[in-house]
Design a binder for this molecule. Structure first.
Ligand code: AKG
Ligand code: FE2
Length: 310
């Protein structure tokens, strides 16, 4: 298990947990600082959204700086440099917050970032950078306990195994028991909820129930969520070598987002976790080049469903 500051484990496993990176008190204050956002997102955006990004846009400079101090961003830079080398830093433009969806539990498809979720990306370039520690670094800081993420340790150092190739022959990768609108990289015409009819009416009701009133999942939704959660656990466990990452409030996790990974989002379990890329000058330059050719890349658009776009 990759844990507690041994840098060789980051190289070997592609992830590392630093327990208690911030004090419980700081974590509590940081939760309070971002908590109103949860309700705001529910009211104004998709009620099943699990990602607020970029955080800066919602927090404003003063509160953002306060959050940075509470979350130990100065120490973070030293940590990142010690693992990734000179010039590594948390990308403040991309800093975001994971939250729990308010209505439906779901699971992401297993994937390696960019290779599997940036349509149009040149795979050969991605593979060319795979072995370099200067690329594809990301971190999470859990402000409350968080066991959403699953990873396959060591997979960032190799291509897919035959089993993985058989499990995920097509792109985009989707999860067959998750609704299309919750499958982030599904991109066919029926991606979005209907604009009229019974399902549309139900969705409108839910937007008031969860979005405006902020109520917890009702009985039918709870039954759906329990069933989906059980299948999601099976889905995660079925990946050879997969481990669940369990963070306590204040723990930091760094990982290579080129490892195979996925996450389960439970509607009834709070999640308040900061995240961003750990960038280097090389990785920023490369991404800027890719941005020109990759559709919707960097805009986070793959996560938006129709009721967020309007
Ligand atoms: O929610 C998480 O912890 C991971 C999300 C993720 O892998 C992604 O958005 O690419
Ligand atoms: Fe990812």
């Amino acid at each position: 298990m990759a844990e507690s500051g041994a840098s060789d484990s980051y190289v070997r496993d592609g992830y590392e947990i630093v327990r208690g990176f911030i004090e419980p008190d700081s974590a509590r204050h940081a939760v309070a600082l971002v908590d109103g956002l949860r309700a705001h997102i529910r009211r104004t955006r998709n009620i099943d959204d699990q990602r607020i990004q970029p955080l800066k846009r919602y927090l404003g400079d003063t509160r953002y700086a306060q959050l940075g101090a509470l979350a130990g961003f100065d120490r973070l830079r030293k940590l990142l440099e010690s693992r990734i080398g000179p010039g590594a830093e948390a990308d403040s433009e991309l800093l975001g917050l994971w939250i729990e969806p308010s209505r439906r539990t779901y699971v992401l498809p297993w994937h390696r970032d960019l290779r599997d979720n940036a349509k149009g990306l040149d795979w050969s370039e991605w593979y060319a950078h795979m072995a370099s520690p200067r690329f594809f670094n990301q971190f999470h800081i859990a402000l409350e306990p968080d066991d959403c993420l699953w990873v396959v340790p060591g997979s960032h150092l190799r291509d897919d195994t035959d089993v993985e190739k058989r499990m995920f022959p097509d792109r985009p990768i989707v999860v067959d028991f998750i609704e299309n609108d919750l499958n982030p990289w599904y991109d066919k015409g029926d991606k979005y909820p209907p604009r009229f009819g019974r399902r549309w009416a139900l969705n409108q009701f839910d937007r008031i129930y969860y979005g405006r009133l902020g109520l917890p999942p009702y009985a039918a939704a709870r039954r759906r969520n329990d069933a989906v959660y059980a299948r999601a656990l099976d889905y995660c466990r079925s990946m050879p070598g997969a481990v669940q990452v369990k963070l306590q409030a204040g723990d930091l996790m760094m990982y290579r987002n080129s490892v195979w990974h996925t996450a389960i989002y439970r509607a009834d379990v709070r999640r308040t976790t900061l995240f961003s890329n750990a960038s280097t000058p090389e990785s920023l330059a490369w991404l800027a080049g890719q941005r020109k050719r990759v559709a919707e890349f960097g805009t986070n658009a793959r996560w938006f469903s129709r009721d967020q776009l309007g």
